[in-house]
Design a protein around this ligand. Structure first.
Ligand code: AP5
Length: 219
């Protein structure tokens, strides 16, 4: 199964991708996670990306396309994957189509758009905490850890992302509207787009997502 999860910052893409990837035993490929890890380790990629990420802007296409190409052509992605946060511009979507042509891949099965109103997005992002060690995502109200500030899975410390400050969130939402929303039409035209109502609890959204994935598998 080769899926793209599309949606505004905070729509819940990462939360749902973590669950579905574990259930399907396929990798969850999050460009945001890969970039944050590179920033943390101070790699050349991280040094290049940090300023853009802190400002809520997109990292240049050629940088992100290169890292996705490397990931998708690695053996771990041979059985499928969930791409979370890529593509984010029309140029990235076109580059993905090129990667499929060059590698003889059958391409995407579906692009799933997670639809949530903006006021809910702001609530979700302001309460988000992530594990500094294994990156598991929590929410202080909707999905809290058993012990405050400590990751259930690995005992790591939970931190707030630098780009979840209110002013950066607004910048990221603007970037989404201008540069990423056009992908809804891009994939609709290609017959790949599926929409999920991403309001309600995490379990409710996951149930809708599973129903959609099963229905499209049977089709
Ligand atoms: P990235 O990490 O991809 O951030 P994003 O797209 O802004 O998405 P988020 O991770 O903020 O949100 P999400 O939808 O995954 O929500 P989550 O599940 O965490 O990118 C970060 C930066 O990296 C970008 O700004 C850019 O600079 C750069 N970048 C990345 N990819 C790039 C690319 N392709 N090109 C260029 N630059 C790129 O949920 C949010 C919170 O809500 C959590 O606390 C969660 O617990 C909670 N929650 C989730 N679902 C629910 C629910 N149903 N009810 C209540 N709470 C919920």
């Amino acid at each position: 199964m080769r899926l793209v999860f599309l949606g505004a910052p905070g729509a819940g893409k990462g939360t749902q991708a973590q669950r579905l990837a574990a259930q399907e035993q396929i990798p969850h490929v999050s460009t945001g996670e890969i970039l944050r890890e590179s920033v943390k380790r101070g790699t050349p990629l991280g040094l290049q990306a940090k300023g853009y990420m802190d400002a809520g802007k997109l990292v240049p296409d050629e940088v992100v396309i290169g890292l996705v190409r490397e990931k998708l052509t690695s053996p771990e992605c041979a059985r499928g994957y969930i791409l979370d946060g890529f593509p984010r511009t029309v140029a990235q979507a076109e580059a993905l189509d090129r990667i499929f042509r060059e590698t003889g891949s059958p391409g995407l099965d579906h692009v799933i758009s997670f639809d949530v109103p903006q006021d809910e997005i702001v609530r979700r992002l302001s309460g988000r905490r992530s594990c500094s060690r294994c990156q598991t995502v929590y929410h202080i109200e909707h999905d809290p850890p058993k012990e405050e500030g400590v990751c259930d899975k690995c005992g790591g410390t939970l931190v707030q992302r630098a780009d979840d400050k209110p002013e950066t969130v607004l910048a990221r939402l603007r970037v989404f509207d201008q540069q990423t929303r056009p992908l809804v039409e891009y994939y609709q035209k290609r017959g790949l787009l599926q929409r999920v109502d991403a309001t309600g609890s995490i379990d409710q959204v996951y149930a809708r997502l599973l129903a959609l994935v099963h229905a499209t598998r049977m089709a």
